[in-house]
Design a protein around this ligand. Structure first.
Ligand SMILES: [Zn+2]
Length: 330
């Protein structure tokens, strides 16, 4: 059987607070016996549950890395009942390159699960999380944002699961995160996702989409800081009760929520993030890139809803997700 070559440079179990790396040997032209070094902080306090916290699963999403760096810096073992395993830059090569997928193998970490111990760099990272770190955890929080090509209203989300008890635990943790929006998310492409791998192992799972455009704002970073502490308070790992403000509960009842660009071109948005739209209302016009004076393509809302995501760059390609709607839950 092929062994995964990733080794932590620190103890994952000993009491106290340690900073180190997950070391993945990576032989290449500029370093024959080099390695990919993924930063990791482990904080072990009084006996209790384990939380595995990750950012930069996609390398161009920044709220998670910011909140997790702050947590690794600020939290001390005496604050913790249980264990925190903090990996701010899960896909470190992609994070350092500022790209969604890894520049080393062009693999999207969040489509690489359950991974392969003898595969490419990204497949090895996926396999190490799937087989080593996730099994240690009771609670898994994986931060996402829109990256360079999408922008979202800030939400934390859970998925519909076959196990009602597990789904209820996920919804409770997502609600404790208390982002301005709280969503039951229908994935466009769930195969190979970390989310799916974690949920299949029966864990309580929280994920987010906190903004986008390939940057963070003071507001979106603040949502991440508060949200992660809230989830850890909810789990009893940090002391105190979650700080709860009003949130808009949203659901995605069907695939009509997704709006795909029918052609390439220049996007003219006609509804902004957070706006309520009705079925048939124009969401965007797409003007041709190769001529003037022609009529634009108009993309209409396929249902009533709230605009929760949009394509971020000003130009769109055929087949891109242009806008996503969700529906306010009762
Ligand atoms: Zn992402």
């Amino acid at each position: 059987m092929i062994q995964n070559p990733i080794r932590p440079t620190l103890s994952l179990d000993a009491p106290g607070k340690r900073h180190g790396h997950l070391k993945l040997p990576y032989s290449r032209n500029d370093s024959a016996w080099g390695a990919v070094m993924i930063p990791i902080t482990v904080i072990v306090g009084k006996p209790g549950p384990t939380a595995l916290l990750t950012g930069a699963n996609h390398g161009d999403e920044y709220e998670g890395p910011i909140a997790l760096q702050a947590l690794a810096h600020e939290i001390e073992p005496e604050d913790v009942t249980g264990r925190l395993i903090i990996v701010p830059y899960m896909n470190t090569p992609a994070f350092r390159a500022g790209t969604r997928v890894s520049p080393l193998d062009q693999v999207n970490l969040n489509r690489a699960f359950p991974g392969a111990p003898g595969g490419s760099v990204t497949q090895k990272i996926a396999h190490y999380f799937n087989d080593t770190l996730v099994p240690m955890a009771d609670l898994v929080v994986d931060f996402h944002s829109g990256g360079k090509t999408l922008d979202f209203v800030p939400f934390a989300c859970a998925h519909y699961l076959d196990d009602a008890t597990q789904q209820a635990a996920c919804v409770a943790a997502v609600t404790a995160f208390n982002a301005p929006y709280t969503l039951m998310l229908r994935e466009i492409d769930a195969v190979g996702m970390y989310d799916t791998a974690v949920e299949e192992q029966g864990k309580t799972f929280v994920t987010t989409e906190l903004g986008g455009g390939g940057t963070a704002t003071a507001r979106s970073a603040g949502i991440a800081h508060k949200g992660i502490r809230n989830v850890l308070k909810h789990a009893g790992i940090l002391p105190g009760a979650p700080e709860i403000a009003p949130t808009v509960m949203l659901d995605m009842p069907d695939d009509d929520c997704y709006h795909t660009a029918p052609e390439a071109g220049l996007i003219e948005p006609m509804a902004d993030l957070g706006e309520t739209v009705t079925q048939g209302q124009p969401l965007a016009r797409i003007w041709p890139m190769d001529r003037s004076g022609a009529a634009p393509a108009v993309v209409h809302a396929q249902r009533d809803g709230v605009v929760v995501a949009r394509h971020f760059p000003g130009l769109v390609q055929l087949g891109d997700t242009l806008a996503v709607l969700a529906v306010e839950a009762g």
